[in-house]
Write a protein that binds this ligand. Structure first.
Ligand code: SF4
Length: 702
């Protein structure tokens, strides 16, 4: 489909929701809105869009938009707001040191925004205290990749789904959360009826409609399942001995731990387990896809490594149609990982713990400082806010008062912080209402930059609409503050292309230091070429171009071998008791996104699930005296929510599910993360968002 972008006013851009990263054609409708179509030329979606993507045009209205800065709830000039932010951050640093300030950012940010935030905090303020809501999403995959491969490298490509013989989806409701990938698998099965799909999920989600085998695993038992698989791989002589001896370390210890692992933890019948191992071992081309059901766990990193172990033991990695595949939740979670937007990373996959890497980045930035090591991960960051150790906090494009575990406690911590800045589209989020200063940022449809999807494909987001009111791009706002803090020369970017060029040049340095991320061919890209940049998969430089990683069996560890790890299963840490006998699972619904800042504007999207709900097995509902569509009160020591009862045999007795999207000032509005305890994976720092123990009772007003 030929699109003359400017002439026809059709802008080729990228969806701002999930990590599939679909290409979108957006054309202004003349009334402030956008007409939306899928971009057939984009490799991620070939023209397909899901309900959220196709409703984007309904979400760009300005009804609740913040159009000017606010100080203390009153409209203020940009100069006054920026002066105040810069002076407060400077004062906190001077009086208490660089670790007394923090940024909490978002996988919604564009890569250029993320790059500037990371540079400002780690290179100029001199602290590692920048973390992101991606910590709640895929930090365990990052940590698992780094342990196994030496870098946070996603090996495969979406086209592997088209070529696979078996696709295993673990803790991943693709039909709702990555719908275009689900459609791609459905199309692959139409083309190849021999393709087999396995879904591993405690719930019988919509994704199971495509499943040949659904393993309704006990919540949290994924490592036990894949340990059992590894033991069977060995028992059935399916280990790829040549591959393991040439390219893998740690095999014996991993296998020993796998053999000691108790498969009964999965709660699965022997026949299902046998069917699973038969399918997985019997086909060479296996793709194992995983997302939040694996990541959002107190043992998430071990679960990731348990999956990677099976692929490494069989050498099923780095070749077409096979490999482990972590899909990211957010549109630019991957870009954030690439620029080092987490407290535990440096830019371009360099290691913050490595003094040589720190020195190289500081030299490249010509910066006065460099973070001496990792900063505070999300949960610890808000604990430090609560303790008064963080004196100035900048929250960018995210809503932690709703989305963090122990959300009531986080809300109180933010409210009690000396100085809080929020940059967002609106001043009406639960978090923005707590801020001293609110800064108007441009949003999707108005801003320019790049994002990276789950298969490492970098695509442009382009502006189709003018910035409303006084709104500015996030990178611009941060540069404006940096200049007022005395670093104007190093933050004098005039365009996102200029930031992208610097970032690409830094990636070349990372490439020289033996890292995987390298896009240095773009270090001199012109404004025009950046404007028309077509989607591409990294690496994209020198001999390393596109394609899969690890085809040649070389990894980024000191001995170039991948590491298998012992992953003894650890179950969810919240203990079920007589007082809290139900296991609470949380997640997304099909037609809403995060805390609904955007999707709530679309009546079409609101029609799918109009209010927060509690999915509960009919037998449990009957036992508790909960009728269909009545209200249930869900509670534990952390918080309380009032939710509409949705009886469903798709969920196992003893477990319940509630969506994460709903906000509000009171518990009754269904802020489910208020009930999630801030228990984290010890390696990744990712919270266990799917394992809370809760009590359920009929709601009685008053
Ligand atoms: Fe957007 Fe994801 Fe839907 Fe694609 S699948 S249109 S990226 S929400």
């Amino acid at each position: 489909e030929e699109v003359t972008e400017r002439a026809a006013e059709t802008i080729r851009t990228t969806c701002p929701y999930c990590g599939v990263g679909c290409g979108v054609l957006a054309r202004p409708d003349g009334a402030g809105g956008l007409e939306i179509r899928g971009d057939r030329a984009h490799p991620a979606n070939a023209g397909r869009l899901c309900s959220k993507g196709s409703a984007l045009g309904e979400t760009v209205g300005l009804e609740d938009r913040l159009l000017a800065p606010q100080i203390g709830g009153q409209e203020a000039s940009w100069d006054a707001a920026l002066d105040l932010v810069a002076s407060k951050f400077r004062a906190a640093m001077t009086e208490h040191g660089p670790d007394a300030v923090a940024f909490y950012v978002s996988g919604q940010l564009l890569t250029e925004d993320y790059y500037v935030a990371n540079k400002l905090m780690k290179g100029f303020i001199g602290s590692g205290n920048i973390d992101t809501n991606s910590r709640l999403c895929m930090a365990s995959s990052v940590a698992g990749h780094r342990r196994a491969f030496g870098t946070d490298t996603v090996p495969g490509l979406y086209e592997d789904f088209d070529q696979a013989e078996v696709i295993v989806l673990v803790g991943s409701n693709l039909a709702w959360c990555h719908p275009v990938l689900y459609q791609r698998i459905a199309a692959a099965r139409s083309a190849n009826p021999a393709l087999r799909v396995v879904v591993v999920d405690p719930r019988r989600t919509a994704t199971c409609d495509l499943a040949d085998l659904h393993l309704a695993i006990a919540p949290g038992a994924d490592a036990a399942l894949f340990n059992g698989l590894l033991a069977e791989i060995a028992a059935q002589g399916a280990v790829n001995r040549d591959y393991v001896s040439a390219h893998v370390s740690g095999f014996d210890a991993a296998l020993e731990a796998a053999r000691a692992s108790d498969i009964a933890l999965t709660g699965l019948p022997a026949a299902d387990l046998a069917a699973f191992t038969r399918l997985w071992i019997g086909a060479e081309k296996v793709v194992t896809v995983y997302s939040q059901g694996v990541n959002q766990s107190s043992s998430g990193t071990d679960k990731v490594n348990a999956i990677l172990n099976c692929h490494l033991a069989t050498g099923r990695i780095g070749r077409p149609g096979m490999g482990p595949f972590s899909v990211t939740g957010q549109p630019n979670a991957m870009g954030g990982r690439e620029v080092g937007g987490l407290a535990t990373m440096l830019a371009c996959h360099l290691d913050i713990e490595n003094p040589d890497h720190r020195a190289a980045v500081q030299g490249f930035w010509a910066s006065p400082a460099i973070a001496p090591g990792p900063g505070l991960k999300a949960v610890d960051m808000f604990r430090a806010v609560e303790a008064g150790q963080i004196k100035a906090l900048w929250i960018i494009c995210t809503n932690p008062a709703v989305s963090m575990p122990e959300a009531d406690r986080v809300r109180a911590a933010i409210a009690g912080c000396d100085f809080v800045v929020v940059s967002d589209l609106t001043a009406q989020t639960d978090t923005a209402r707590l801020a001293d200063v609110v800064l108007p940022a441009t949003g999707w449809g108005e801003k320019d930059g790049t994002v990276t999807n789950s298969e490492r494909r970098i695509s442009r987001q382009r502006a189709a609409l003018p910035a409303p009111g006084q709104a500015r791009a996030d990178w611009q706002i941060m540069c404006d503050v940096a200049a007022r803090m005395g670093w104007g020369d190093q933050f004098s970017y005039k365009s996102p292309a200029e930031i992208f060029r610097e970032y690409a040049a830094l990636s070349g340095l990372a490439g020289l230091l033996g890292r995987d991320f390298d896009i240095s061919d773009f270090a001199t890209i012109s404004e025009e070429d950046y404007d028309t940049l077509a989607p591409f998969v990294w690496p994209q430089s020198g001999a390393k171009r596109g394609g899969r990683f690890f085809a040649e069996g070389h990894f980024y560890t000191p001995d170039r071998k991948a590491r298998m790890l012992a992953t003894p299963p650890r179950m969810p840490q919240s203990v079920l008791s007589a007082a809290t006998p139900f296991r609470l699972n949380t997640g997304r619904v099909r037609d809403h996104w995060h805390t609904m800042t955007r999707t709530a504007k679309s009546p079409r999207l609101g029609a799918h699930m109009g209010e927060p709900y509690l999915e509960i097995h009919p037998a449990d509902a009957a036992r508790l005296g909960l009728g269909p569509a009545t209200l249930a009160e869900v509670s534990n020591a952390q918080g309380r929510a009032i939710l509409r009862v949705l009886e469903s045999p798709r969920i196992a007795p003893g477990s319940v599910f509630a969506p994460m999207h709903w906000t509000g000032e009171t518990a009754a509005a269904g802020r489910i993360d208020a009930l999630v305890p801030a228990i984290v994976d010890p390696v990744s720092g990712q919270p266990e968002s799917k394992g809370a123990a809760v009590q359920i009772a009929p709601f009685r007003a008053g």
